[in-house]
Ligand binder design. Structure first.
Ligand code: COI
Length: 356
């Protein structure tokens, strides 16, 4: 379909809702999927067969190219429910733009707004009862696309599937996290795919993360591929620091350009902080912790929201960050974003996309 074509979505409602089995007071991240999913097929240069169907298993050819060569991308978005029942999805337009940037880099077709955003709204409307409303909970949305051509030659697939699944979630990290500065393994290099949200970026993180876990750290602080001197991101989230009165986040195309990161940096600027996207060396961070200039450090992402960092390990030494209670900026952002996302305050920036 072209961008101007009207989207027609076939809807097949479930006959067996699983909603009553969900304990909304005890939500884990990403374990129970909502009743429906949106599915669209791409072949012969066009998107077709767009449908909302009961969540369920997929069939695939063992020679399907995504399984072999990794043409697979995804997004993470959250929907919220206001006290009056209004359903809102946070800045999904930015995720749609990023999704298509990932698609372009992996030689995959773009997904039109009518399928990604309008289709998502329709899916949310159908599964609106799955959206929790308690503070700290939300409906996590996982759009993804993978190559479906059955062929073992290395070339861009001629066919793809785009799917959106959703699940009610609580916190991804339920407490502050510790990070190990990684100075051996590499997540991304200049010219690579670090900015894209492709499955391989997560697969490659698993082994080094396990090594960090074995040493007692929750996650890795990735550094640049060339010198391992400059901070990049945490893999499951971006990183933001407060050094003096400046809010700083690493920049460049070796990191994911997070929607939460962007939101926080925009707020920092509006609230009168100096907000900088620039290179941050590990040494600058360690020196700043030692002399008390680094007062806040946190991971920022859709799943992670804002997760405070309490300890950083570098070259065998641990550096403790200041107490969470005194972290004015990140605590203020977290409570402001909660209020905005749950519709408790006005949304002056138009970040809440309302569903019907
Ligand atoms: C997200 O924040 O939505 C992500 O995709 C991170 C993922 C590792 C849970």
């Amino acid at each position: 379909m072209s961008a101007t074509e009207q989207i027609s979505i076939r809807v097949e409602p479930t006959q067996n809702s699983r909603l009553s089995q969900v304990d909304f007071n005890n939500l884990k991240f990403g374990q129970i999927m909502s009743d429906h999913m949106l599915v669209a097929e791409y072949s012969n240069g066009r998107w077709e067969d767009i449908s909302i169907v009961p969540y369920g298993d997929l069939t695939m050819s063992p020679s399907m190219s995504a399984l072999h060569y990794g043409q697979a991308i995804f997004e993470g978005i959250k929907a919220y429910k206001f006290e009056d029942g209004t359903v809102s999805v946070f800045r999904a337009d930015k995720n749609w733009e990023r999704f298509n940037k990932s698609a372009h880099r992996l030689q995959m077709p773009e997904v039109p707004q009518e399928i990604f955003l309008d289709g998502l709204k329709q899916l949310l409307d159908i599964d609106r009862n799955w959206i929790p409303s308690k503070e700290g909970t939300s409906l996590y949305i996982r759009p993804f696309m993978y190559a479906t051509e059955s062929a073992l030659g290395v070339h861009p697939s001629i066919s793809y599937k785009f799917i959106i699944i959703t699940c009610p979630v609580g916190a991804y990290y339920s407490k502050p996290i510790s990070l190990k500065v990684e100075t051996h393994y590499t997540r991304a290099a200049e010219g690579g795919v670090g900015f894209s949200k492709n499955a391989g970026n997560y697969a490659l993180s698993l082994y080094p993360t396990q090594l960090a876990n074995d040493e007692g750290y929750d996650q890795i602080m990735w550094t640049d591929a060339l010198e391992h001197k400059y901070i990049e991101e945490a893999g499951t989230a971006n990183l933001i620091f407060r050094i003096g009165d400046t809010i700083i986040t690493p920049h460049g195309d070796t990191i994911l350009h997070g929607v939460t990161r962007r939101t926080i940096m925009e707020l920092a600027e509006k609230w009168g902080f100096q907000a900088e996207q620039r290179r941050v060396s590990v040494q600058e961070l360690i020196d700043g912790i030692k002399d008390g200039k680094v007062t806040e450090a946190f991971a920022a992402g859709t799943a992670a929201t804002i997760t405070h960092i309490d300890r950083i390990g570098f070259e065998g030494q641990d550096y403790q960050l200041p107490p969470i209670e005194g972290r004015d900026f990140s605590n203020k952002v977290l409570s402001y974003l909660n209020d905005l996302r749950y519709g408790k305050i006005e949304d002056p920036y138009g970040w809440n996309i309302l569903v019907k």
